[in-house]
Structure formats: structure tokens, C-alpha cells
Design a binder for this molecule. Structure first.
Ligand code: MD3
Ligand code: FE
Length: 233
């Protein structure tokens, strides 16, 4: 479940986390018997959303983003992102050839739709802060897509957490340190998982190495959706 970036150093961690994961049971969580899995400064709520909640959310997102469809930005490096993105809320992350920034509209000129209430409810339940997010980035990972190691630092401040919701195929998430390089650890994120990044984790390098395309039937054509909720402005 947990893999050391360079071999066997994380064996102890690995065993501990694996045992914990086996105990992580959605019904136990629902009954309030178990808290989130703690991983550095990350909190991972395994299968926070039930399958029927996941299905309803995917349909809600699909309808809400009908006029602001996911697109593949071209980065300043000239490379096209393999991941398709779109946003909800007052601010949407919009990289282009000049750099990275937040914008109020989709490249087609349509304002981003509001963040769905069901998504705001997840933030309210897990973020442990009073403020609401003003940005919800939706990443779509098709077959053979990945997201290189990066920091999230285009927001106005870093005192607020980032909350992520995974839907569909499993993804190998890698986290590193607040500077590039060094030891990294990886964990498979699954459909329905919610992750809260606060504290030191907020500025840690992280990425998605690969997805297990077809590992979930949640999305009709396969792939993975990930939502990241932020206070961007
Ligand atoms: C750790 N997305 O959109 S979500 C991103 O699965 C992004 O699509 C990945 O990285 C994805 O920027 C990872 C988990 C995540 C999100 C934000 C973070 C981890 C983070 C911010 C700081 C540290
Ligand atoms: Fe990120």
C-alpha cells in the first residue's frame, strides 16, 4: 500500500499502514469508530463517499460542467498537460503559455459554474476551518496520463488546507518534501477517498505517477476524476 521511494526503508511504516488500512472499514468510519489515516501532515479518509454518493457526484459534476468542459492546457514549457482540467467556483486554475494563474472564466469565456453544494459539504466536514473554498479544480486522468511532481503555490496564501476527492480509477499518489528531491512515499488513492493537506504538507512536492486504467467502473469510459478544493484568493 505504502511504497518507499527507494526500496526497503519504509518497511516499518509499510507494515503499520497496511495493518491500519485493513482495519479501515467504511462502516466503522461511518459509525465514528475510526478517524482518518494520518500520513505525514496528510489526513486520508478512505472511501469517505459511498458508491451511490460517488455516482451521484459524478453525474452532478458532468451536468454542471457541460458549458465548461475539461481541456488540456499548454504550459509555459510548451508542453501540453496530459490531464484535462476544468474548475468550479469564483477562481479556476488556468495555466497558459505565460505561466500559472487563477482566472474567473473558462478559456471559452464562460464563467466557472458554482462549486456544487455536495462538494462544499465535504470541505465543511473535513477541512477543520470556518472559511469556504473559492476554487474547485477538477482533473481528469485518461489512459496513460500522469501529473509530474510539483508544488501548489499559485494561491494567495498557504494557511488554508487543500482538500482532494478521488473518483474512478485508482491513482498512485507520490509525496515528497517542501524542496525538490529527497525521499518520497507513495500511496494508491481509490474512488471515494478524501485527502486533507494542511500544515507542512501544504507546500510539499507531490504528483500522480500513474493510474490503473479500468480499475473502477464509476466512469463509463474509465479514467479518474480528482477534485481539489482551495482557498485561492
Ligand atoms: C499535496 N492533483 O491538482 S490531489 C493538483 O490527484 C494535484 O489530481 C493531484 O496535485 C490529483 O494540484 C493530487 C492531492 C493533493 C492536492 C493538493 C496538494 C495533494 C497536495 C497540495 C499540497 C500538497
Ligand atoms: Fe498539486
Amino acid at each position: 500500500m505504502l511504497q518507499g521511494g527507494n526500496g526497503h526503508e519504509f518497511c516499518e511504516n509499510h507494515l503499520r499502514l497496511t495493518n491500519f488500512l485493513e482495519l479501515q472499514d467504511h462502516r466503522a468510519l461511518a459509525a465514528g469508530m475510526m478517524g482518518p489515516l494520518l500520513f505525514r501532515d496528510f489526513k486520508i479518509y478512505r472511501e469517505y463517499l459511498t458508491l451511490s454518493e460517488q455516482k451521484a457526484l459524478v453525474e452532478e459534476l458532468r451536468v454542471a460542467a457541460a458549458d465548461t468542459p475539461p481541456f488540456q492546457p499548454v504550459l509555459r514549457s510548451g508542453k501540453r498537460m496530459s490531464v484535462r482540467i476544468t474548475s468550479f467556483g469564483a477562481r479556476g486554475w488556468l495555466p497558459d503559455q505565460t505561466g500559472y494563474q487563477y482566472a474567473a472564466q473558462h478559456p471559452n469565456g464562460t464563467p466557472w459554474p458554482p462549486i456544487p453544494t455536495s462538494v462544499l459539504k465535504i470541505w465543511q466536514a473535513v477541512s477543520e476551518v470556518d472559511r469556504l473554498p473559492d476554487s474547485c479544480l477538477m482533473n481528469f486522468y485518461g489512459e496513460d496520463t500522469k501529473m509530474g511532481m510539483h508544488q501548489d503555490r499559485d494561491e494567495a496564501g498557504f494557511d488554508w488546507p487543500v482538500v482532494s476527492v478521488s473518483l474512478g480509477d485508482e491513482a498512485l499518489f507520490r509525496m515528497g518534501n517542501t524542496t525538490r528531491g529527497g525521499k518520497t512515499e507513495s500511496i494508491w488513492l481509490r474512488s471515494g477517498d478524501v485527502v486533507v493537506m494542511g500544515g507542512a504538507a501544504r507546500l510539499a512536492y507531490h504528483g500522480i505517477d500513474r493510474i490503473r486504467f479500468g480499475s473502477s467502473t464509476l466512469l463509463k469510459k474509465g479514467g479518474r476524476l480528482n477534485l481539489t478544493l482551495r482557498v485561492a484568493g
